[in-house]
Structure formats: structure tokens, C-alpha cells
Design a protein around this ligand. Structure first.
Ligand code: ZN
Ligand code: ZN
Length: 180
């Protein structure tokens, strides 16, 4: 199974490579970095200083040539949906695309000191979580499981970048039985 990681805006290669390595392991897949999409392709909501995650999902669906595999957009921009002030990420399991935002995973978004390792860990968890949805998983009630719903960064920092046994079994089943 192939997963393409699409940078949206000027994401760091180090972060993209970390995501590729982690999702290759977690989804037993052939992950790669795809062609960068300029952030200028999207219209910024100037009042909110944010971009619509729905618009990004639409663009990712257009970019996805093959029905197989999955596509993960990694946006270096703050995202919102019509119902939420912000989103860490969003997933569409029908079209098998997802997007995550790096902005709010960075301590300096909150006026705190940068911490590159912490950012990598958070980005990895968000990437695995959204792709977990793409491959049919719902939220999990185990706080350490990567499929636990993160309401805040505290939740994100509490959980691991791995699936609990129950989610892992469901994922293995989906990957085996779906024509991925
Ligand atoms: Zn979720
Ligand atoms: Zn779980």
C-alpha cells in the first residue's frame, strides 16, 4: 500500500521525513514525500488568519490519481472548519485523504520556547491518528492509544504514536481485507 505525504506550504524536510518513516512502520506501507503544493493555492480567511481544512481536503482529493493507497497533506498553516475554531487534522475515509496542521503543534504558537523533538512527536501522532481514520478506525477510549481524541495538546502529549491492541487488530483486519 502506498501513502503519499504532500507538503502544503514550506514544511521542513526533517518533519516530512519523520512522518514518512513513522507511517511506513505503523501502516506497513510504502510511504513517500510527494510534490509540494504552495499555500498560495488556497484562499486565506484574513479575519481568522486561517485556512479552511475543507478546501485543502478538496484539493487533496483532486490530487489523488489512484483510488488505491492514501494521501496525507501536511500544512504549515493554521486550519479551521465551519464548526470548529481550529483543527489539528481532518480525515476522509471514503476518498482516503487526510490533512494535518503543524502550526498549533509548535510551542512558539503559544509564545513558548521552541522544542523540535516535541514537535516531531506531536506531528507523528497526528499523522498516524488521521491516517488511522482513513483506514477505518474510530476514536479509542484508551488515553495512551494514538486513536484517542485529542481535545488539547495535553491529550496529544499523553498518548503514544502507536495503536492499542484493539485498534491494531482492527487496523490489520482492514488493511488485509480492503483492496488497499
Ligand atoms: Zn480523530
Ligand atoms: Zn485504541
Amino acid at each position: 500500500m502506498k501513502i503519499e505525504v504532500v507538503p502544503i506550504g514550506p514544511s521542513e524536510l526533517r518533519i516530512l521525513q519523520y512522518i514518512v518513516d513513522l507511517i511506513s512502520k505503523r501502516f506497513d506501507s510504502d510511504a513517500m514525500i510527494g510534490t509540494r503544493t504552495p499555500i498560495e493555492k488556497f484562499k486565506k480567511n484574513e479575519n481568522r488568519d486561517q485556512y479552511s481544512s475543507a478546501r485543502m481536503m478538496e484539493a487533496l482529493i483532486d490530487m489523488k490519481i489512484s483510488k488505491k493507497g492514501a494521501l496525507l497533506g501536511v500544512a504549515n498553516a493554521d486550519l479551521y472548519t465551519h464548526s470548529l475554531n481550529f483543527v489539528f487534522g481532518q480525515a476522509d475515509r471514503v476518498n482516503r485523504v487526510a490533512v494535518i496542521s503543524i502550526s498549533r503543534l509548535k510551542p512558539n504558537f503559544y509564545g513558548l520556547q521552541d522544542n523540535d523533538d516535541l514537535v516531531l512527536k506531536r506531528v507523528g501522532k497526528e499523522a498516524v491518528h488521521e491516517l488511522g481514520h482513513v483506514f477505518g478506525l474510530d476514536h479509542c477510549n484508551q488515553p495512551k492509544c494514538v486513536m484517542f481524541f485529542s481535545n488539547s495538546l495535553q491529550d496529544t502529549d499523553m498518548k503514544e504514536d502507536e495503536f492499542c491492541n484493539k485498534c491494531k487488530r482492527a487496523l490489520d483486519y482492514n488493511l488485509k481485507t480492503w483492496r488497499v
